[in-house]
Design a protein around this ligand. Structure first.
Ligand code: GLU
Length: 294
């Protein structure tokens, strides 16, 4: 059974690029009689916008892109309420915090992640020193060297911590992308990514892997900007002994000057085109035929 997902972050409106990613997933599910899942990735509280999830849901429905599992809206007492359907829920990440925390601890026990007690100040100082030395700003792994005893003491003192991924010091990781082909990354260039923040919220990297696994996603079809994140994700899959899904990273929609299509340079909100009177079919046709033609 093919299972794919569209996983937007509720930071405002549906972006044309998001619509294109969603369409490819939807078409792939339809073609293979699979399931299409909508998941809301709202763990970055600073970027979360009130009402954005409702807005995303409404725009997707206006575009005719429906889903088998995930949040949906009902109209009750004069306003919209979010409900969810499907047996792998909740499909809203902020409602899954306990799940992420449990797996973050499991990664520590397996030796694939570690506690980091560095303060904002420590990190800022580290970054400045690295810039002065013309080094790429990366976590210098000082907490990776803490002994079991030192960790225990800090935990007992309730010093705030994050959990970081332990990226191997050397070597390469390779994987196959259905669009890009073989892709290879050098561990040297990969930072010890934060997986769980000090407020108990996961970062994108931890949440996406756990959810794609638990929601039984078979094919991850998303924008190319996520390709450099795959090595980090693979380390998590491998550590937890989970089956690795297929990856397909779609090229991005660009402005005529080849910069990434963004709201500073163009109108990128799908709802804005709908408001201007473009028919959903016309917008879908436009997005479907970008980059190729029959
Ligand atoms: N929440 C991410 C986004 O908004 C999803 C990336 C993914 O599909 O893994 O782009």
């Amino acid at each position: 059974m093919i299972r794919v997902r569209f996983a937007p972050s509720p930071t405002g409106y549906l972006h044309l690029g998001g619509l294109r990613v969603c369409l490819y997933n939807w078409l792939f599910a339809k073609k293979y009689k699979g399931k299409f899942i909508l998941r809301i990735e709202d763990t970055d509280i600073k970027r979360k916008v009130e009402g954005a999830t409702e807005n995303l849901i409404q725009t997707l429905l206006k575009m005719g892109l429906d889903w088998d599992e995930g949040p949906y809206l009902i109209f009750k007492k004069g306003k919209f309420e979010i409900r969810q359907k499907g047996k792998y829920g909740p499909y809203i990440q902020s409602q899954r915090l306990k799940i992420y925390q449990k797996f973050a601890k499991e990664l520590i026990e397996k030796g694939s992640a570690y506690y980091c007690f560095c303060s904002k100040n420590d990190l800022e100082k580290m970054r400045k020193e690295q810039i002065l030395k013309k080094l790429p700003p990366m976590y210098d792994e000082r907490c990776r060297k803490l002994t079991k005893d030192e960790i225990k003491k800090r935990l007992a003192k309730k010093i705030p911590y994050v959990i970081r991924l332990k990226v191997p010091e050397e070597g390469y990781i390779e994987f196959n992308d259905l669009i890009r082909g073989r892709v290879k990354f050098d561990f040297k260039n990969i930072d010890d990514q934060i997986l769980l923040k000090s407020d108990g919220y996961p970062t994108y990297h931890l949440a996406v892997v756990i959810d794609d696994h638990l929601m039984k996603i078979t094919h991850i079809i998303r924008g190319e900007e996520w390709l450099p994140s795959v090595p980090k994700h693979l380390l998590i899959y491998k550590s937890l002994n989970w089956k690795i899904p297929e990856f397909a990273h779609l090229p991005l929609i660009l402005n005529p000057d080849r910069s990434k299509l963004s709201k500073r340079k163009s109108d990128v909100a799908v709802e804005s085109y709908l408001k201007q009177g473009y028919l959903p079919e016309a917008i879908l046709n436009f997005v479907a035929l970008l980059g190729w033609n029959p």
